[in-house]
Design a protein around this ligand. Sequence first.
Ligand code: ZN
Length: 571
Amino acid sequence: MRNLRFKQLANILWLAGAAMVITGCGMGSGRVRSSDYPFDFHVNCILDDRHVILFLVDGCRADLLGEMARSGDLPAIKKYLIERGITAACAVSTIPAVTTASVAAMTCGVYPGNLDVIGNRWFDQSRSRRNAVFSIRDFYTPNEYMRRKTIYEVLGGEMTVAVCTRSSRGATYNIPMYYNLVGMRNYLFGRWEKVDEIFIEQFGDVVECANREGVFPRLTFFHLPGLDSVSHRHGPFSSETRAMLKDVDRTIGALMEGLQRNGIMDSVCVILIADHGQVLLRKENYLLLEKYFSSELGLAALDRYNSVDRSGSLAKKERFYNRFCIIVANNGRNASLYVRHNPERRWIPPERMPSWREKATWEELRDYQTPSGAVDLVERLRSVKSIRFVIGQPGKGEVAIFSSAGESRIRTEGPNGGSLFAYEVVSGEDPLGYRDDPHAAKLMDGNYHASSEWLNATCDLAQPDVVAQLPSLFESPCSGDLFLVAADEWDFEEVNKSSHGGFLKGEMQVPLVIAGPRIRKGTIGKVRIVDVMPTILEYLGRGDRIGGLDLDGVSFWKEIENPKSQIPNPN
Ligand SMILES: [Zn+2]
């Protein structure tokens, strides 16, 4: 125990040091505040009409926000955002719809698979490294991985601020979660309702940085993590989650009033978005894959993290991982399975199998050696009632989706997971149910169709936007050999009342509201969260920088622009 405490203390000291290096502005005792810190700020710097403040409300369902705003429970969001600007009729998250992957994707305008940030947890076979972005120590792992430019990097030279986001690379100022000791204390003690309140007060820090620089930030990105945690514990429509969203509304209201008091509200574009939604589970419905593989198939499997995962010794980690045939990267309602390559056509103990750097082939997965004979892993897993989909890549440019009742294929054309997509049922029922919808069924004609066509046809269906997004998930060298999606109301973790990471509308759809100068009022149609990055760039007058970025997102700036507004001069 003493040892553990010592380790924790060492971690905190290490982090405090790191925070001082990372954060450029406002260091010193003024940072540690009491919880009744008055929310008041005085902006004393230059502004034009090209500034964006983005609030990411982690895990907020689009329908919950809409319903509460209509019934008057979110007066600030209604007054300052919805009534002043644009609301997306349908906005979708990424595949997978889990925070680390979705926020990285939003930050780069690129799908998670094309960034190598494919979940909250993933196994990097080439480096024998199991990543889990939960401990404070691993919070910034996405910054090491994202293999495309972040919006902060693209805006290089202009002032940007990232508050409490894991994907902060390139931001002029990074205000980490653990920098605010009061916020951190609430976070560690699970006082979620207080967490976001404190974080949003960090706007005071943003203003401090702005006043020091003499210019207001081009982009300020606030990640508000509290609602997701409350929702996991109590459910997405629970009174606790509703109360939490009301708190978010109050704090956004306080910030907007502050902007108004300073006479700058009409100079700043404000965006409210979520990374993903959540769906309710049944309490007893969880499948622990680690147990499943060892008890049902006799295959040693590793899911839970332990001290070896954090070891600095590569040899120690490799020795440990070499004891397993299956490594699970568990992301709640989805899991990536990494299957050990066994070149022998007979069972051998995992210690004698080749290193994890060698990938198993598709043929091998369909005829995998276990202590009691060969097993078709796909067939076995698709028959498990707690698994809705087993997904794999039989060949380049092809993704296969298996449910218990049917099988389908996505075929792609073009690099990075494709720019054109064909979707067909191979046998039985359509796993995605698209064949039952007239618009989506029209696209299932054997021909290739553009990503935007698939988004438009499926955004409102029970499982939105799977065809155009799923293939990129298999593009990363960090991808698993199989991707599992839990059945409805099921999870791969035992602790949640509500969760996300599958393909259901409740977890894939997110709210998106944008209000500010040069933005019209009303609604827009169907968009993806990866579209927000290029849209912000264009709004800020930096559309010329989008060209060489090879984005999956597409700017929708022209659709939200007030036609009467002037095109800003970036210089
Ligand atoms: Zn979550």
